[in-house]
Ligand binder design. Structure first.
Ligand code: SD4
Length: 328
């Protein structure tokens, strides 16, 4: 059973940039199709089997914390895990041996912040939050992001662990750039949460594709691509080959599909199919989407089997296998 709800699209009206006749013709307000059942909240979900991260987020939610604090503190667990070589400190470097980190965060009001290709700072998600809360901007990149982080009191940290350095030296012997599906490059953490008040937030953080070109940025810190939240509707986040997610503005697409009435599962499936449609001759890459709607219903879909996602609700803490477009 679906209930049809209409919300005012107030941003364009508030901006005062649209003439009255156009306004009149645009008056049919943005439709939101939402299921009517009681919401399952609070809830935290994330890409891959990052149980420590969802456990941290759940702890924050249980203490009455906001979804914003939950996703922030949740993904930081992975940024701080030196054994996670695709997120934060300990992440794999680019071709030149430099670890460059990408992250973004988005709150219930549509505020967002991101850092791109930032070096020497262990918690890019915290800097992204500072960008959101302390600057008039959404994104800071490279040296500017790093400088801003120092100004905000973050410490300079060498992010290249000895293990990551040795792996990079080994890779350099052939310098063959060939992502291995589900193994080498795919452990970005994207997290979505709904707090007890029913408000949604999300965060996404990564060291990006291993051995990428210097300066390369994927989908993860790009609002709309790697992450999108609309507190009226739901949220989505992505993992996998970021170029393909950017090409379809994947997370925004999934949220908009939910707005039109699709379940999170249906929306994730459509998101993957749009990517497949643009890659008819090439399917040797992985993409995984997860989504949540306002009711706390979840969905996930990927191209190749192997992608999993964590959910933490009052009913339990589970690592769920995602359905896939291809059957392995
Ligand atoms: C990127 N989407 O930089 C990221 C990589 C990733 O799990 O998801 N890894 O393209």
């Amino acid at each position: 059973m679906k209930r049809r709800k209409f919300i005012r699209n107030s941003s364009t009206i508030a901006a005062g940039i649209i003439s009255a006749p156009i306004l009149a013709s645009c008056k049919e307000e943005t439709a939101v199709n939402l299921p009517s059942k009681a919401p399952t909240v609070p809830i935290a979900i994330c890409t891959w089997d990052f149980g420590n991260a969802t456990a941290k987020a759940w702890e924050v939610l249980q203490e009455g914390g906001s979804s914003l604090d939950a996703v922030h503190q949740g993904v930081m667990v992975e940024e701080n895990d030196l054994n996670n070589n695709t997120v934060g400190n300990g992440g794999r470097p680019d071709r030149d041996g430099r670890v460059t980190l990408d992250a973004c965060i988005m709150d219930k009001d549509g505020n967002c912040g991101a850092v791109l290709a930032m070096q020497n700072i262990a918690n890019p998600i915290s800097v992204a939050r500072k960008v959101m809360e302390e600057t008039p901007h959404v994104m800071l990149a490279g040296k500017g992001a790093e400088q801003f982080a120092y100004e905000q009191g973050f410490e300079k940290t060498n992010l290249l662990t000895e293990k990551a350095r040795q792996d990079w030296l080994e890779w350099k012997k052939t310098s063959e750039y060939k992502p291995i599906i589900n193994i080498e490059n795919h452990d970005t953490i994207g997290m979505l949460a709904i707090d007890a008040k029913g408000d949604i937030a999300g965060a996404c953080t990564t060291s990006g594709m291993a051995y990428k070109m210097a300066g390369r940025v994927g989908d993860s810190p790009i609002i709309g691509a790697g992450l999108f939240i609309d507190n009226e509707v739901g949220g989505a986040t992505a993992t996998g080959v970021g170029e393909e997610v950017v090409r379809t503005v994947g997370s925004f697409l999934i949220v908009e599909l939910m707005r039109q009435g699709k379940t999170p599962q249906e929306a994730c499936e459509e998101g993957v199919k749009r990517i497949i449609a643009k890659n008819k001759d090439k399917q040797d890459f992985q993409i995984g989407f997860i989504a949540i709607n306002k009711q706390g219903e979840t969905g996930a879909y990927c191209i190749h089997p192997g992608f999993t996602y964590r959910t933490y609700t009052k009913d339990g803490h589970v690592n769920n296998p995602s359905q896939s477009y291809l059957n392995g």
